[in-house]
Design a protein around this ligand. Structure first.
Ligand SMILES: [Zn+2]
Length: 245
């Protein structure tokens, strides 16, 4: 089955409202917008949680996450920037070998809402080739930086065999120096999704778009809080699991 058959049709009313109030540009940045094509958000599997990490790999924070995930026997998904993957190939293979799913998060983290067709395609293709050459296997998932996309972004991703992935639980972990507000916000969103009969697709960051030298201690700690809080009652899955349901 196609991803789109599983993706819950969330946010239709908010997407329409966004288009009405903010116009196309706002809609292009609205995570639950369905206006610009089908994206995987989360299926109607309320007992499942997908932890996803963007902007890595990072030599400091990614290995910490791998250790925490292993301790909780949890699988996760990492959306990698091509330029960071290219200089940390053993780490990328280590992530895959630990059972996690690797996705494409572009080469240099541009905003695809403002990018022309040629550069969009180049960002996706270069990253795809780099990741597939490191892993020796196909990469199937793409998350656009900032959640920004245009109709061409979806078409381009699809033409490369990529499913575009958004999310339904995000806190400003990349701006936070303390774990508590991030963990509290994400816990509330996970519970809210659960009460609506949906899985949670949680975004955190193990890297930074501008530099490898970033503080992601709050993000890593928040992941551990969620794993500790929910491990007994929910299942932590990688996004490719939802493809097989
Ligand atoms: Zn990003």
């Amino acid at each position: 089955m196609e991803w789109s058959h599983h993706a819950v049709q969330v946010g239709i009313s908010s997407a329409v409202a966004a288009a009405t109030v903010g116009g196309a540009l706002f809609a292009a940045h609205w995570p639950s917008s369905r206006l610009y094509g089908d994206a995987l958000i989360a299926p109607a599997l309320p007992d499942e949680i997908a932890l996803t990490f963007d902007d890595g790999p990072n030599p400091r924070w990614t290995p910490m996450l791998l250790e925490i995930l292993a301790r909780h026997q949890a699988r996760a998904t990492f959306f990698l920037m091509g330029k960071y993957a290219a200089i940390q190939k053993p780490l990328v293979r280590q992530m895959r070998d630990a059972g996690h799913t690797i996705g494409n998060h572009s080469w240099s983290h541009p905003n695809f809402a403002f990018l022309g067709a040629n550069r969009t395609r180049a960002e996706l293709v270069r990253t795809q080739q780099e990741l597939e050459s490191i892993l020796g296997e196909p990469v199937r998932l793409f998350r656009p930086p900032f959640g920004a996309r245009r109709p061409y972004t979806f078409r381009c991703a699809r033409s490369l065999g990529l499913t575009t992935v958004l999310w339904n639980a995000m806190a400003a972990d990349w701006k936070s120096t303390t774990v508590d507000p991030v963990a509290a916000r994400l816990t509330a969103l996970v519970e809210q999704n659960h009460s609506r009969g949906m899985a949670s697709n949680v975004v955190l960051h193990d890297g930074g778009q501008h530099s490898l030298d970033v503080d992601r201690s709050a993000s890593v700690a928040a992941a551990e809080v969620l794993l500790t809080r929910f491990s007994a009652e929910r299942r932590f899955v990688s996004l490719d699991h939802w493809n097989a349901v």
